[in-house]
Write a protein that binds this ligand. Structure first.
Ligand SMILES: Cc1ncc(COP(=O)(O)O)c(C=O)c1O
Length: 427
């Protein structure tokens, strides 16, 4: 090539949830074994059956020629109407303030890429990597963060948020993921209200990723951004990857709140819409189907039974890890993940499946690999279980995130036991 094709900031681009899979796949081949995949939040690939009524709606809608057409750049009008009525608030949002994207992954990139390079969005740590990577790529340097505190049920450190906003006037927005990936926490209303107060005091807007809004455990209250935002500008991000669940649809949306209350904010969200217009629109079919899926008479009980399973898995994981002194786990209040901290994690090598696996791991770990990545590589190479290292979520804390999606009770118990053996052998 006549020119270098690699951007100077290319090292900032990473997505460990999937990167770990590439390594896992190579280990499977070298060791001739089947990995238990506990890394990705996709209920369907974890084996959850798609109900027949969902397939019937999809079949019906695909036989309508309109499903093959482009739709409005903002999104299919009936889907936007449904979202506005059921998940949003007409007091602070109109039908034109709802924008559909090909998955929230796309929305996240549009939200960050359309900000001027010199302004920053304050992110949680740990965080969902797409947010952190998009922020880092947008700014051309590491993302900036506030801590979620494992000693306080992974609640946000409010003092840190306030200080980071107060002393860095390039911060224009605060991101909150509620219910939270990776920690599974669902924040208390007072916590969220305090974050809104901080944003108000320093004239920032709010970005709440609420993609897991339907996934809270029994008795846990979900506080929506639209209930507490008042007259502040903000964005709520939701989608159908987790609750329907249809992650392969690549369908998510942004609800813009109080767009007209601030001139700068209004101009910025116009840029997001223009960026979407340049691509014409998002995929029509899932938007056509969306209202029919959510309002089907069987949807509520189907969702409730899934959530009961995740809570059962969370309880089992809690009871299991409580017996291991070297780890700490907070019980999730929702979502389908749990995070296990590895306290004072030593660097140790475990018995690999065979020599080829050992050689591969040695080479991999010879580079600058953080302690929990090394643990996860050893766990894969010795016990055949794939989880995601916590430092891969932009955290300084060693640990891992596993999913609660496993369909088979016995395999879930076996997975916990394998992880437990690896921890004991490691310390
Ligand atoms: C917090 C969070 N936001 C956004 C996404 C991306 O969702 P989508 O499938 O709509 O791109 C995920 C997916 O795991 C997520 O966990």
């Amino acid at each position: 090539m006549r020119k270098n094709l690699l951007r100077a900031d290319s090292a900032l681009l990473s997505y460990p949830i999937r990167e770990v899979v590439l390594i896992g796949k190579q280990l499977e081949q070298l060791g001739n074994f089947s990995m238990i995949w506990e890394n990705i939040g996709d209920p369907v690939s974890a084996g959850e059956a798609v109900p027949d009524w969902m397939k019937a709606i999809t079949q019906e809608k695909i036989s309508d020629d309109k499903s093959f057409a482009y739709t409005d750049s903002r999104g299919f009008i009936e889907a936007r109407e449904f979202v506005l009525q059921h998940f949003s608030s007409e007091k602070i949002c109109t039908i034109d303030d709802i924008l559909f994207f090909n998955g929230l992954g796309e929305a996240i990139n549009k939200i960050l890429n359309n900000l001027p390079r010199e302004v920053r969005v304050l992110m949680p740590s740990p965080t969902y990597p797409s947010h952190a990577t998009a922020e880092a790529m947008h700014a051309g340097c590491d993302f900036i963060s506030y801590a979620l505190d494992p000693e306080n049920n992974w609640e946000p450190d409010l003092e840190e948020i306030e200080n980071k906003v107060k002393y860095n006037d390039s911060v224009v927005a605060i991101l909150v993921i509620n219910p939270n990936n990776p920690t599974g926490s669902v924040y208390r209303r007072e916590t969220l209200e305090k974050i809104i107060d901080i944003a108000k005091q320093y004239n920032c807007f709010l970005i709440f990723d609420e993609i897991y809004h339907h996934m809270t455990f029994d008795g846990v209250e979900m506080t929506y951004l639209h209930e507490i935002i008042g007259d502040m500008p903000g964005l709520s991000l939701k989608g159908i990857s987790k609750d329907i669940p249809w992650p392969g649809s690549r369908c998510g949306w942004v609800e813009i709140y109080n767009a007209e209350k601030d001139e700068n904010f209004r101009d910025y969200v116009k840029m997001i819409l223009l960026a979407k217009m340049l691509e014409v629109c998002s995929t029509t079919l899932p938007q056509v189907i969306l209202p029919h899926l959510y309002s089907h008479p069987e949807y509520k009980s189907y969702l409730a039974s899934r959530i009961r399973k995740y809570e059962r898995r969370a309880d089992e994981a809690m009871a299991f890890f409580a017996k291991i002194p070297q780890v700490r786990m907070n019980k999730p209040k929702g979502v389908f993940y749990c995070v296990v901290e590895l306290l004072d994690l030593p660097r140790a090598k475990l018995d690999a499946k065979n020599k080829a696996v050992r050689l591969f791991l040695d080479k991999l770990e010879a580079g600058s690999v953080s302690d929990d990545f090394q643990f996860v590589y050893e766990l894969m190479g010795s016990k055949g279980v794939c989880v995601v290292p916590l430092t891969g979520f932009g955290s300084h804390i060693n640990g891992f995130r596993m999913t609660l999606l496993q369909q088979d009770d016995a395999i879930f118990t076996e997975t916990l036991e394998k992880i437990g053996e690896a921890i004991v052998e490691c310390y």
